[in-house]
Design a protein around this ligand. Structure first.
Ligand SMILES: Cc1ncc(COP(=O)(O)O)c(C=O)c1O
Length: 467
């Protein structure tokens, strides 16, 4: 007890601040029944003097206790212990630990924050609090910046009103699926493809139709086959700039044929251009939507690969005919990307900083890709590498008979996270192959990851005789 008769003893060597110690000790005294409802507490001035803390510290402690319902203030009379309903016993607090992070992560989507320049951090100092939530479709400045960016960088001329800002690609597709009424209708997904997105769309009530893809077969032909079978889908989800996961690009003839099919069939194409900014040694191909901005193609872009996956900032460019429904649903859901994130990204677009950053990291990724490809040449179990012209990952084909799932498991034990191509198939397992994403690791770490992969027992063991 101190001079005030309150059971508060401050420890000035503790890492917990003085305000927090006062709060915790008053709370403890109430919980133990040392302080009873309506007992008066000393004035903040008396408390501050008795404990040798500033008046502000005492005041802030009382304000926090009052805000949490432990005490109440009566104007002119002072502060008193509150009546608290009998509480259920508090559960033992559990601190959530982050998932066990692999030392070397080669899974799709892992990025390297070390590549983001200091100017990005500096840009955050300028943001301020706001009085309103952002427009559900996005801040005007961001929509204008994204429209200009699509026009110059992705060959897709469009107006700011056609841009709809979303919290990541999956939210964008959720909004789209609700707006275009996919529930109960068929939606075609590349197979192999973006399996999580496929599963999400099925959860939205759509019927999944697999669209077999491989680099050699035109996508338009596969779509014509669906139509010939009477299975024209309401929508088809494509990754034309860098097929996910196989890694090839949709050739221009095929692109035009896909557009012609979409116009004829009444189906909507969702063009997921998740990493189309990155290509290596090949001329740029404009986006599919850019070939005909009035075609029924909804372009889906994201900042996850070009800047930072934790921004959760993606965007749709919706052709005018589909826009009213999408804007309506976006309005019902409301804004989901913070105004501050939008403000900083808009500033980066307007100043050209984002384009400069992309140009710089494109060269960095080219070096990383080259290092990965060179390292893979030394691995006997790897018989080929696909999808090397664009994007941030490649597919490494393994010798027949190697069990890719066993390699994934053993690699994980050695601190390396990789994915088997089978994880992206809706069909039965195919020839063994791994997806290797090089966006998150520098050349030295990539070499080390490949060295550990090559050392996995399963890389040499054939579970069945080679064909
Ligand atoms: C095929 C594909 N599309 C889109 C995305 C981007 O998703 P998000 O915007 O939710 O980060 C990813 C991320 O890894 C992806 O692999």
């Amino acid at each position: 007890m101190n001079a005030l008769g309150l059971p508060i003893e401050l420890d000035r060597t503790a890492s917990t601040g003085l305000r927090q110690q006062i709060v915790e000790q008053v709370r403890g005294a109430v919980e133990r029944g040392v302080l009873l409802p309506d007992d008066p507490l000393p004035s903040t001035r008396a408390l501050a003097e008795a404990l040798a803390v500033s008046r502000t510290t005492a005041l802030e402690a009382y304000l926090e206790l009052e805000g949490d319902g432990w005490v109440y203030g009566v104007h002119g009379a002072g502060t008193f212990v509150a009546h608290r309903p009998a509480a259920a016993p508090a559960p033992t607090p559990v601190v959530l630990e982050p998932d066990d992070e692999p030392e070397l992560d080669l899974r799709a989507g892992t990025m390297d924050p070390g590549l983001v320049p200091d100017a990005w951090r500096a840009a955050w100092r300028a943001v301020s609090p706001r009085s309103f939530a952002p427009d559900p479709c996005g801040d005007p400045a961001l929509r204008s910046g994204l429209a200009a960016y699509l026009s110059s960088a992705r060959g897709l001329p469009c107006r700011p009103e056609e841009i709809v800002v979303c919290a990541g690609a999956s939210e964008a597709v959720t909004v789209l699926g609700l707006a275009l009424g996919w529930a109960g209708r068929a939606v075609a997904f590349e197979d192999p493809g973006y399996a999580d997105m496929r599963d999400l769309v099925v959860r939205l009530g759509a019927r999944h139709v697999p669209l077999p893809v491989d680099a050699a077969a035109p996508v338009a032909l596969a779509l014509e086959h669906l139509t010939a079978r009477g299975e024209t889908p309401a929508a088809v989800y494509l990754t034309p700039s860098h097929q996910f996961p196989l890694g090839h690009r949709l050739e221009e003839d095929d692109r035009r044929a896909v557009l012609a099919w979409a116009r004829r069939s009444g189906s909507v194409v969702v063009e997921d251009d998740y990493d189309g900014e990155f290509r290596f040694g090949v001329p740029p191909l404009p986006s599919l939507a850019g070939l005909d901005p009035d075609a029924p193609v909804v372009y889906l872009g994201t900042l996850s690969k070009v800047l930072d996956p934790s921004l959760r900032l993606a965007y749709l460019r919706v052709p005018p005919a589909l826009l009213p429904e999408v804007v309506h649903v976006r309005g019902l859901v409301g804004a989901t990307v913070s105004g501050q994130v939008q403000e900083v990204v808009a500033g980066w677009l307007a100043s050209g900083a984002l384009s400069r950053h992309i140009a710089r990291v494109r060269r960095v990724y080219a070096d990383r890709r080259a290092a990965l490809l060179r390292a893979l040449e030394e691995v006997p179990g790897v018989v080929g590498v696909r999808g090397i012209e664009a994007g941030l990952h490649v597919v490494a084909d393994l010798a027949p008979g190697i069990d890719a799932a066993a390699v994934v498991a053993q690699a994980r034990e050695r601190g390396v996270a990789v994915t088997s191509l089978d994880d992206f198939r809706s069909s039965p397992p195919g020839p063994p192959a791994l997806l290797l994403h090089h966006g998150g690791l520098d050349p030295q770490s990539l070499r080390e990851a490949v060295r550990r992969l090559a050392g996995c027992a399963a890389m040499g063991v054939r579970t069945s005789p080679p064909a």
